[in-house]
Design a binder for this molecule. Sequence first.
Ligand SMILES: Cc1ncc(COP(=O)(O)O)c(C=O)c1O
Length: 383
Amino acid sequence: MIYFDNAATTRVMPEVAEVVQKAMTETFGNPSSPYRLGLEAERLVRQARESVAAALGCQPDEVYFTSGGTEANNLAIRGTLQAKIRKGKHVVASAVEHAAVLETLKQLAQLDLCEYTLVPPDSKGRIAPEAVLDAVRDDTVLVTVMTVNNEVGTMQPVAEIARLVKERDPGVYFHSDAVQALGKTSCRLRELGVDLLTISGHKLGAPKGVGALYCREGVRIISQITGGGQEREMRSGTENVPGIAGFGKAITLALEQMEERTAQWRQLQKQLLALLKEIPDIQVLGDPLTNAPHILSVGFPGVRGEVLVHALAAEGLFVSTGSACSSRRDVTSHVLKAMGVAPQVSEGSIRISFGWENTIQEVERAAELIEQAVRELRRFQRY
Ligand SMILES: Cc1ncc(COP(=O)(O)O)c(C=O)c1O
């Protein structure tokens, strides 16, 4: 098996699995319980919070654990709109955000709880800082632009956008979805200058169902899950201690190994691209050289992306069409559409994404399989 779909999810790292198992079978107390078992579980959560804070360069108290990136994005958006109701209800977002942002805005707008402006990208998927600034109005309460796009890997100039927005109106909160950026590029908060940042565990070797929202000290948002008051009243519900402990371990490992891993991914990306370029009419989407190192998106006119994905899976190579989170809905990618990619290219596109385990031998084999599958499918479709 060659698993090249790490932007969808990753295998849990063995060191992380060990920590998770221990938290499930030994340190299984409720962190709110006052006796030893509870205190031990609370310590695991505290240590994980410190690891996340160390990775992001923030205070542990600015980290709120959630069930993942989707919940953190919802909390940032809904929590800001509710907290800033007196200022307005306008949100600016990039048109290439993940569904966890776009569908949330869509629902809130349908309920008349928000208005939003989507800023289109250029043909490489990049959002121009000035275009974001132009979309900001006096009643804007939130600007949200992702750090790395999950479909094509484009890195957005988040620090610059945040600076411009804050200069224009310090009362606007700035949020970034950094789910695909964490462990792949620097997410140091001092450099990014954001108020709110979303991260998720399962994209970097932690289990599914854990993530976090960074919320800068002094930034007030309204909690969306009320109850026992866990996570300092921000997110009630008994903590997912095994997931949180695993996330802490995974983020530490990812940061320790980031330089080595990103250099390896860049090499894999370059090599794969060089081999795939032999395929006639291949279209490279986005700008791989300045992209996040772990994602490569390519289109093959004359082939249907989902048919190609199935053909490759039958050979043991796992990749995805566009974003795995929306691919089952069988809709054309909103990201590629916003970038102005021709339908015959976007329909024949696949996303290849690397993780901590991948090797150059896998890249060589994958290139052969892709070349063969594209050739056969095109022959079948008389391309
Ligand atoms: C950019 C981005 N944001 C948010 C999410 C959702 O994160 P989670 O699966 O942890 O809910 C994903 C997952 O694919 C993503 O790629």
